[in-house]
Design a protein around this ligand. Structure first.
Ligand SMILES: [Zn+2]
Ligand SMILES: [Zn+2]
Length: 313
């Protein structure tokens, strides 16, 4: 019963949120719709808590707020730690490098992006959280995922323009919402940044990239993602935060970064909830399609989240 209710409310909320996010021309209308939804949500929160007591989305233990995790599941999440690569923030293992060092993959192929802000390293706990969020349509988890990401943003004083990785319209229609767009909205809200949900468009559907080699991925993505001509002016000179839920091979985000830089973005930092480390890719399969779970052993210096579990505002 509870599951059915969550499916109904989750799906309806997801579709309503996506519609509001994709309404065009309409940033003002977006804000109005989402503010109203938030107000209604807050007003009914005590009633929902009473009828459906909050439970941890990973293990079902009773917790204090609808959108948190229990202490045990919280402690299973692993966030990247220092020292890390100066270009991509890939954490180094013990004795591998110090802050300011550039990792081997970045030396071999210098990235176009200006850094990766990953909320967690991909492991079983973050995988299950992404599954609940994306495929379980529990979009109420977005503020929690966003909070872990925003804690990792570089303290550079930039005013971010938050842009989600786009979904092709067929996949959007099937899923009912773009998980990256809802995450981007939560990040924009938490950081007081501008949200540009339709800055990037997917011009053609792309196959599942898991299992494809680097060249095959590049072929599949060629010409697939572009900056919307209507948004080019806003991209020019901006510091962009490119948002996705999971960063796997980085092929899709690379194409997005390329398009944004070509449109004149001054800086593009990738923001993701779960980052698969390069060495785990062979085992990763297609995480975007969630067909395989990588055994993404965190480096020895990886650490547990320092943010106390609490209800997002
Ligand atoms: Zn739990
Ligand atoms: Zn690197």
């Amino acid at each position: 019963m509870r599951r059915a209710w969550e499916k109904i409310t989750g799906g309806a909320l997801a579709i309503a949120a996506t519609r509001a996010l994709l309404a065009s021309p309409a940033q003002a209308r977006q804000h109005g719709a989402m503010t109203l939804a938030r107000q209604i949500g807050s007003a009914f929160a005590p009633l929902v808590d009473l009828v459906y007591p909050p439970r941890c989305p990973l293990c079902g233990t009773g917790i204090a707020a609808q959108t948190g995790l229990c202490t045990d599941c919280w402690s299973e999440l692993v966030i990247p730690a220092e020292p890390c690569c100066a270009r991509c923030q890939r954490p180094f293992g013990e004795g591998e490098g110090t802050d300011g060092t550039i990792c081997a993959p970045c030396l071999a192929s210098p990235p176009q992006h200006d850094g990766i802000a990953a909320g967690t390293l991909y492991n079983d706990a973050s995988r299950r959280l992404v599954l609940a969020y994306k495929h379980g349509k529990r979009i109420a988890l977005a503020p929690l995922l966003a909070r872990l990401i925003t804690a990792r943003l570089p303290a550079c004083g930039d005013r971010w323009l938050v842009v989600p990785v786009p979904l092709h319209r067929v996949r959007l229609w099937r899923r009912g919402f773009n998980q990256a767009a809802i995450l981007a909205q939560a990040i924009a809200r938490q950081t007081g940044s501008d949200l540009l949900v339709d800055a990037l468009v997917r011009r053609k559907p792309t196959p599942i990239l898991g299992g494809l080699g680097r060249k095959a991925r590049a072929r599949a993505l060629a010409g697939a993602i572009a900056v919307s001509p209507a948004r080019a002016k806003q991209i020019r000179g901006a510091s962009v935060l490119l948002v996705d839920d999971v960063l796997t091979s980085g092929a899709t985000s690379e194409v997005c970064v390329h398009a944004l830089k070509r449109a004149g973005a001054q800086k593009v930092v990738i923001a993701c909830f779960a980052r698969v480390l390069d060495e785990a890719l062979d085992a990763a399969g297609d995480i975007a399609g969630h067909e395989a779970a990588p055994q993404n052993a965190p480096p020895q210096n990886a650490k547990r989240p320092e943010i106390a579990p609490r209800a997002p505002t």
